[in-house]
Design a protein around this ligand. Structure first.
Ligand code: AMP
Length: 568
């Protein structure tokens, strides 16, 4: 190991990833050109080389036109095993996908700096990411090999952009970061202040959508596909679903190139060959910027409406354009139309997020005196009275934060349970809500309805959530049941131990295969229910993903699910 110390910032993007390292020699963050990259932008694309038995990552994978590749899996981070994709002999899920991308950067740094010591690592995530997606990002970073001395911190992409832009500002002002990347859109309203050279950033409001450049690419692919079907050669494929699927994968790079060219010129025409299901097909196209703008106008309008909502009646000093997709001329035009009096800053939109991540890492490593206060982007609450959510922490709450509230149990019995929910809706089953986990208190001493239970939610600097529930006894003492939310159900509780013991006893001789069969039966029961509630979806997800994890935890999940489905 060399004694080089690195302070690292990474933008783990849907389309591209970038890395900056704070250099103690120059006291500035420097873009990294790792693994021979000429641009410092690593396409988030992975290919498996059967012969060499290894994964190929980045530009080399992207350039392999026609080959099946894994890409854009960041969109599904947090959704677990359900979103795995198999190509040939290999299967990746969103976490292993992100792990491979981060490992590519990690190994690049190892090589470039000869086994350095990593002090701090900051990775950016879309502001709208909920706990499960944040946990998944963190897991991917650990699995990739990152074990920094200080910590791995996650910060929101738009906040990172503001942090980088703020380096150039002296006067206090309000900023809006309009961040449209490859797969996600985030808009954040922030306050900036500079007091005697010490910078303060306070995020105030934020919102986001799953929408980005890949949706623009798709519109162009639709156009190419329809165009091809209208040719003599293409007619035969009208109802051929495998053809369509293969076409959409193969035309992706071409569509992106056309889109990027349309940012520079008024029209793009040409002839290209793509490989569809092993056959070469010839595509002729002629597409004008005007046509393209009509295709994407509805999508762009959604981003403008959301920005208006976030700005509300506030005075804004400037709008910071972030993310590669803000290079699309229609976006600039629409922003100018909607906010004619607010100056717009287009400041290196592809790299500014990674730069901001590195600045935040240097603040954590005490190389810089600035303060960044983030906010919770998605409210948190627990399920009450069946299918409703009682919010305990609202969006806009500064983080880290901790809150405790007292609840009163509705029914008699020695067990109470509630779901921890993230999302804005009051109805538990709303598709905007995500169940992060189940809080369970078993073996309660006070078994009567009306008995008080205290629930505490803590959100850390990275926006990740931890919950503690405790029974309140007559003398005010608390009987704790700790439950840490994670990508797997990690339960460390004194009285929850009973449930675990019962699960281990019931399934003591069961192998993974036996349990998988039981899990499948339970899944069938749940799926047969006509009206599913989110707890069903949550159980289904756990029963699917649990089987790939630890056998003991899987036993507990199956046991809980079995108890629940017995009630159906
Ligand atoms: P990012 O996540 O910030 O790297 O943004 C990546 C997205 O920006 C991808 O969908 C790219 O196709 C898109 N993009 C990059 N450059 C341009 C450009 N000049 N015009 C239009 N879209 C672009």
């Amino acid at each position: 190991m060399s004694d080089v110390r690195l302070i690292v910032g990474i933008d783990l993007g849907t389309t591209n990833s970038e890395c900056f390292v704070y250099s103690t020699t120059t006291n500035t963050p420097e873009l990294q050109y790792l693994n021979g990259s000429l641009t410092g932008m690593y396409p988030s694309v992975i290919l498996y080389d059967q012969k060499a038995e290894k994964f190929i990552v980045g530009q080399e994978a992207k350039d392999n036109e026609g080959a099946k590749v894994w890409r854009e899996m960041k969109i599904d981070l947090g959704k677990g095993e359900a979103k795995k994709v198999t190509i040939g002999s290999q299967t990746l899920n969103p976490i292993t996908f992100s792990t491979i991308i981060l490992k590519y950067i990690y190994e690049g740094l190892q090589q470039a700096y000869n086994d350095p010591i990593i002090e701090t690592l900051v990775i950016t995530v879309p502001a709208d990411f909920k706990d499960a997606e944040r946990q998944a990002t963190l897991k991917a970073a650990h699995d990739a090999g990152f074990e920094p001395e200080n910590e791995i911190r996650l910060i929101n992409e738009p906040t990172a952009a503001a942090l980088a832009y703020g380096e150039k500002l002296n006067e206090a002002q309000t900023l809006v970061s309009f961040d449209l990347g490859g797969g996600t859109f985030d808009v954040t309203f922030l306050e900036y202040d500079n007091i005697d050279g010490v910078r303060f950033y306070q995020a105030l409001k934020t919102d986001g959508l799953i929408l980005g450049g890949r949706d623009f690419d798709r519109k162009i692919i639709d156009y190419l596909y329809e165009g091809y079907l209208a040719t003599d050669e293409g007619k035969a494929y009208k109802k051929d679903v495998p053809f369509k699927e293969s076409f959409y994968l193969s035309a992706k790079n071409l569509a992106e190139r056309i889109k990027i060219n349309l940012s520079k010129t008024e029209s793009v025409s040409g002839t290209d060959i793509i490989k569809v299901n092993g056959n070469r097909i010839i595509l002729e196209y002629n597409i004008t910027r005007d046509q393209f703008e009509k295709m994407i106008e509805g999508l762009v309008d959604r981003t403008i409406q959301m920005t208006k909502k976030v700005i509300g009646e506030e005075e804004v000093g400037c709008i910071l354009m972030v993310g590669g997709s803000t290079r699309v001329p229609l976006i600039k035009k629409k922003i100018e139309e909607a906010f004619p009096n607010i100056p717009r800053v287009d400041d290196n939109p592809d790299l500014i997020v990674a730069l901001g991540a590195c600045i935040q890492a240097s603040i954590i490593s005490n190389k810089k005196e600035s303060f960044l206060n983030e906010i919770l982007t998605n409210p948190l609450g627990i399920s009450v009275s069946g299918d409703f959510v009682k919010h305990m922490l609202y969006e806009g709450t500064p983080i880290p934060y901790e809150i405790e509230e007292r609840f009163y149990r509705a029914d008699d019995g020695d067990e109470v349970s509630a779901f921890l929910v993230q999302g804005k809706d009051i109805l538990l089953e709303s598709r905007n809500n995500q169940i992060l986990g189940e809080i369970v208190l078993t073996g309660m001493k006070n078994t009567e309805a009306g008995a008080p239970v205290d629930i505490k939610i803590r959100v850390d600097n990275s926006g990740m959530v931890e919950v503690t529930a405790s029974e309140v006894e007559e003398d005010g003492a608390k009987f704790f049941n700790n439950f840490k939310i994670g990508s797997t159900m990690r339960v460390q509780a004194q009285n929850y131990a009973d449930l675990r013991a019962q699960a281990f006893e019931k399934y003591k001789d069961k192998t993974l295969q036996d349990l998988t069969a039981i899990a499948d039966e339970i899944i069938e029961k749940i799926e047969a229910r006509e009206e599913k509630v989110p707890s069903d979806h949550w159980l289904l997800e756990k029963l699917q993903s649990g089987r790939y994890g630890n056998l003991e935890e899987f036993k507990v999940i199956v046991y809980r699910a079995d108890l629940k489905t017995d009630l159906y």
